[in-house]
Design a protein around this ligand. Structure first.
Ligand code: PEP
Ligand code: MG
Length: 576
């Protein structure tokens, strides 16, 4: 037996035979003379059209199979095949490097992918695979290589590959797909996203996997990132136990999904889901989320080389709205810039990106980005209740920016005669100053949501991603609790809704502190819904309130955590 360790990409255990899938081979390219450039240019254009049409057909098939969100990925690839950035780079390769259409588009795909990877962002690196995939498809068409037959699996198997282009991933027969084990790739690669949407285990970035492959069974644990080649009897038995435990935990969580998160003394807390893509919605609904408290829309923007169109955004938002109906979906406007660059949005480098032109601050120079998003959200609201919130709001001026943009977006839709519905407008409270001056703008809004991940980072001046700062990274710090208490008071005064959507809300201990501080809406990753529901149902709100009041005077996060951990441990099971 050999064990490899990779990145967990989709939880669960799979055990069985494996099948290695090779990517489609690159066709042969040749050099050309100047007199051939025009012919090759025409060949490139028609190959791009064919490739785009094929990708559209895949998008339609995947959508018709009941996976509209995965279908949208191929829709985006179909557009990428016609993207001027790719095609003009290829034409440049014909002129300057004397490459034929096949060689030029392959080189352009490589260059573009390289540019994306060089940005050092995980999501963009994953998108680099898309560009390569699309360029290869165009190159194969330009070279006259027909589309190969789809890989099939004779028996249920774990699929092993270097990386999997999305088009191949989607072509695999789902009913015979036990899981994925990839040598490269990241947790945000399409294969990983599809695995999570399908609910099958996946491990990516398992370095050395292909070189170590040997006959026999394979087992993967998508929760730990382990890959076992030819597992021995003891390991197989242990993995079967893990699988059984995971199956029971999921069943239990689903069984409790319809129970209200109500304390023993009758105070109800609404549990909402944080999602990053619409395909996460169905599982969150099954686990009992009563709406979406945070839909991080960055994914939609970062996964591509051109801005998503208004219609594409409507499709993504609407999918989430329909999955959650009749509960509301809270769409967060784009939170990029600074440390998260996007290729079609050139920005000057900044010395302190977390303090720079991030999120809503981009509206000063790129209002169109937010107007398109707001129009899409308003159009999706025809299908069910939608809320829109702006990230990184600092004060009343930023809140006014949001209100003005929303007014303009509605006016534009009205002028176009497009159907839309009003959306509730709110802000994320991620900057301490925004909480402290809340009275000056809360009354103009419908709601606010505490983004405690950033709020903590800006309160204690502590980089949220720096592993060397552990002591400061517990959001149960009394300074943060004081800000939460301030926000609760000011929101109540203004009569607006308040929720928490930072990771803190999904931590059962911290969730109790938040409820004690007066929070009644908590938004979290779907997997946290069951543990937080249990914590709330076992607690008494009056006791939580008293402890939270005392915690404001504690000297450290550790002291606050100890206080609420003891409460969680002492709580008995909730009454019927
Ligand atoms: C937060 O800052 O708490 C938050 C929810 O936003 P993100 O983690 O996406 O910055
Ligand atoms: Mg944030």
């Amino acid at each position: 037996m050999r064990t490899l360790s990779g990145t967990p990409a989709s939880s669960g255990v799979a055990r069985g035979p494996w099948v290695r899938i090779e990517p489609p081979r690159e066709p042969v390219a040749r050099t050309i003379g100047q007199d051939e450039v025009e012919t090759e240019r025409a060949r490139l254009a028609s190959a791009a059209q064919v490739a785009s049409a094929e990708l559209e057909a895949i998008a339609d098939r995947v959508t018709a199979d009941g996976h509209p969100d995965e279908g949208a990925i191929f829709g985006a690839q179909a557009q990428m095949a016609l993207d001027p950035a790719l095609l003009s780079l290829a034409e440049q390769g014909m002129e300057e490097r004397h490459l034929d259409a096949t060689g030029a588009v392959l080189a352009a795909g490589r260059d573009l992918a390289e540019q994306l990877r060089a940005l050092g962002d995980e999501l963009l690196s994953a998108r680099a695979a898309d560009v390569g995939d699309v360029a290869l498809r165009i190159a194969r068409r330009a070279a006259g290589v027909p589309d190969g037959s789809l890989p099939g699996l004779d028996v249920p198997s774990i699929v092993v590959a270097e990386d999997l282009p999305p088009s191949v991933t989607a072509s695999l027969p789902r009913e015979r797909l036990l899981g994925f084990a990839l040598e490269s790739g990241s947790a945000t690669a399409h294969a990983a996203i599809l695995a999570r949407a399908y609910g099958i285990p996946a491990v990516v970035g398992a370095t050395g996997l292909l070189a170590t492959l040997a006959p026999g069974e394979m087992a993967i644990d998508g929760t730990t990132g382990e890959v076992f080649l030819d597992p021995d009897a003891a390991t197989s038995a242990e993995l079967d136990r893990r699988a059984e435990r995971a199956r029971r935990a999921e069943l239990e969580a689903r069984g409790e999904a319809s129970l209200p998160a109500v304390t023993r003394d009758g105070v109800e807390v609404t549990l909402l889901a944080n999602i990053g893509t619409p395909e996460e919605a169905p599982r969150a609904v099954e686990l009992g989320a009563r709406g979406v408290g945070l839909f991080r829309t960055e994914f939609l923007f970062l996964e591509r080389v051109t801005e998503p169109s208004e219609d594409e955004q409507v499709a993504a938002y609407r999918a989430a709205v329909e999955a959650f109906g009749p509960y509301p979906v809270t769409i967060r406007l784009l939170d990029v810039g600074g440390d998260k660059p996007i290729p079609y949005l050139p920005m000057a480098p900044e010395a302190n990106p977390f303090l720079g032109v991030r999120a809503l601050r981009l509206a000063a120079t790129r209002p169109g980005l937010f107007l398109t998003q707001l129009r899409a959200a308003m159009r999706a609201a025809v299908a069910g209740p939608v809320k829109v919130m702006a990230p990184m709001v600092a004060d009343a001026g930023d809140a006014t920016t949001l209100l003005e943009l929303a007014g303009q977006a509605a006016a534009e839709l009205r002028a176009r005669g497009v159907a839309f519905a009003p959306v509730d407008l709110g802000v994320m409270l991620e900057i301490p100053g925004a909480v402290l001056v809340g009275d000056s703008y809360f009354p103009k809004l419908a709601f606010a949501s505490l983004g405690t991940n950033d709020l903590l980072q800006y309160t204690l001046a502590v980089d949220r991603g720096n592993p060397g700062l552990g002591r400061y990274q517990d959001s149960l710090h009394p300074a943060l609790l004081r800000l939460v208490a301030e926000a609760v008071e000011r929101a109540a005064r203004a009569g607006i809704e308040l929720s928490v959507c930072g990771e803190m809300a999904g931590d059962p201990v911290a969730a109790l502190a938040l409820v004690g501080t007066g929070i009644r809406k908590l938004s979290m990753a779907a997997s946290s819904l069951a543990p937080v529901r249990r914590a709330v149902r076992g607690a008494e709100e009056a006791r939580l309130r008293a402890e939270a009041r005392a915690a404001l005077d504690d000297a450290s996060a550790a002291a606050v955590r100890a206080r609420f951990t003891a409460l969680l441990a002492s709580a008995g099971p909730a009454g019927a």
